[in-house]
Design a protein around this ligand. Structure first.
Ligand code: URA
Length: 482
């Protein structure tokens, strides 16, 4: 019998190296006790078997991609389950694609649970400013994950908060990021953390965007499971908001004016609309706290619009890409660079425009080392339209440029026929919208088709410049007199 000690930090590397050695030495699963964090009761501990002279065993990349998440599950049997499957894989090469296999199915479930926990951690960690005097701001957060997701999640936080020092304390392990270096330490009890000034604004906003008429307790608690509430400052308001929802809906109905039946539904619908934030600060606080659709979970951060708040031109793309998600700024990746080149050819000053997206979170699927773009669906676009409309209301652009079908659909209500509608200006209740192609569509084209598409886009952008020049802002007579 071999007892294999596994440390609570760097568990994956330790398990992977031990599993490789054991497998090469043909040690069957029932001969191994996996002792994570000294919890095994096995008395007859032995060392790892000596390295084997037999040829190294190839392990499927699919298994490795699954195992490196499953090792962080809280099930004490996870290491044994993984090794048992690895053992079977030697003889059954196609096993990783056998959906009916119960051992694999259980491991897949565990992998999914760890990914879910990873996303919840990204959404629900709340940092408090420690207000330390040093040159870098420093923050700390207390979090209680369901699985051991701090270590595999820490590089994400390091990329996301690279310009500050931070610490995420959990009962199992503490992740620390100081002067650009990430390290892991023992877990601790909940520390006393200072209150955060931004929390009051956040709380007010959270209560304001709550619409009692649309309360769905089940959906709410599935997106924001109750076990996280105790560490979420905004969650303190939820019980009251739920308790008062019915009475508030009754009040709303009672105070609604008595009107012609045909108009009642429309007025009710308007009453049920969430009030739009009245300032850029409130808009940004609301965006940062947005959970209107599930995309906020996996994304690194929300990507708000960027540019001068008195811009005459608003440019709307589809959704942030991988690089925008990391930077928190729209159109900084390859599509943004191509857009810059085409704008320059058309004489359009992109920096003078307000640039945003129809959907404010990056939607993707994991693709090995890269995250692959996935188109937002109509529900996500319509949930996010609230923010796009708010940006339009606050900015009041003279002209809005829709890049591609998603933006065009969100701005005009019709997402079909970009190629026939491009180069034209359509009137909408919030002002004129000029339709053009999306630069990402150009990047995906075969090289032979690119020059023609680029020429079309340059012509559309030049039309925007021309339209703005021939439709100057109305002169504010009062301001001129003052
Ligand atoms: N594509 C978009 O639509 N928006 C971005 O911000 C980047 C790429």
């Amino acid at each position: 019998m071999f007892t294999i000690p596994l440390p609570p930090i760097d568990t994956w590397t330790a398990w992977r190296d031990a599993a490789r050695t054991l497998l090469a030495a043909r040690v069957p699963p029932d001969q191994i006790v996996w002792d994570w964090d000294n919890t095994a009761t096995e008395l007859f501990a032995t060392e790892l078997p000596p390295p084997t002279t037999r040829s190294a065993i190839k392990v499927s990349a699919d298994f490795v991609a699954m195992a490196e998440w499953v090792v962080w599950h809280k099930d004490p049997e996870r290491f044994a389950r993984l090794y048992a499957l690895l053992w079977r894989l030697r003889l059954a090469r196609g096993l990783m694609s056998d959906r009916a296999d119960p051992d694999l199915a259980r491991l897949r479930q565990m992998e999914k649970a760890v990914h879910r926990c990873k996303h919840k951690m990204r959404a629900f960690v709340r940092f408090r400013d420690l207000r330390s005097p040093g040159p870098r701001r420093s923050f700390a957060a207390w979090f209680e994950p369901t699985h051991h997701t701090v270590e595999p999640n820490a590089p994400f936080f390091a990329r996301r908060f690279a310009d500050m020092d931070w610490m995420i304390v959990t009962p199992d392990v503490t992740a620390k990021f100081a002067d650009g270096a990430l390290s892991f330490h023992e877990g601790r009890e909940k520390p006393d953390l200072p209150d955060d000034a931004a929390e009051a604004l956040w709380g007010t906003y959270f209560q304001n965007i709550f619409n009692p008429a649309r309360l769905k307790v089940k959906a709410m608690t599935s997106e924001m499971p109750k076990k996280y509430w105790k560490n979420l400052p905004e969650a303190q308001y939820i019980p009251d908001m739920i308790a008062q929802a019915e009475a508030r809906v009754r009040d709303m109905a009672a105070t609604a004016p008595t009107l012609e039946p045909a108009r009642v539904a429309r007025i009710r619908e308007q009453l049920q609309q969430v009030p739009q934030p009245a300032s850029w600060n409130l808009l940004n606080a609301g965006l940062a706290a947005c959970t209107r659709c599930p995309l906020y979970g996996p994304a690194t951060q929300v990507v708000p619009g960027h540019g001068p708040h008195d811009a005459a031109l608003m440019i709307v793309g589809e959704q942030p890409g991988d690089q925008e998600d990391m930077a928190g700024v729209p159109f900084v990746g390859p599509a943004g660079q191509l857009f810059d080149q085409l704008s320059a050819r058309a004489g359009l000053d992109r920096k003078a425009a307000f640039v945003t997206n129809a959907v404010k979170h990056f939607k993707f699927k994991e693709g090995g080392k890269r995250r692959l773009h996935v188109n937002p669906n109509t529900s996500e676009v319509s949930h996010c339209k609230f923010w796009l409309d708010t940006e339009r209301t606050l900015l009041k652009p003279r002209l809005t440029l829709a890049l591609g079908g998603t933006a065009m659909g969100a701005l005009t209500g019709n997402a079909k026929g970009v190629m026939t509608r491009r180069g034209t200006i359509e009137e909408t209740p919030q002002g004129p919208v000029l339709i053009t192609l999306h630069p990402s569509a150009l990047l995906r084209m075969p090289p032979a088709a690119r020059p023609e598409a680029e020429a079309m886009m340059v012509a559309d952008l030049a039309l925007a410049v021309e339209w703005l020049a021939s439709h100057p802002a109305p002169v504010d007579v009062a301001a001129r007199r003052a």
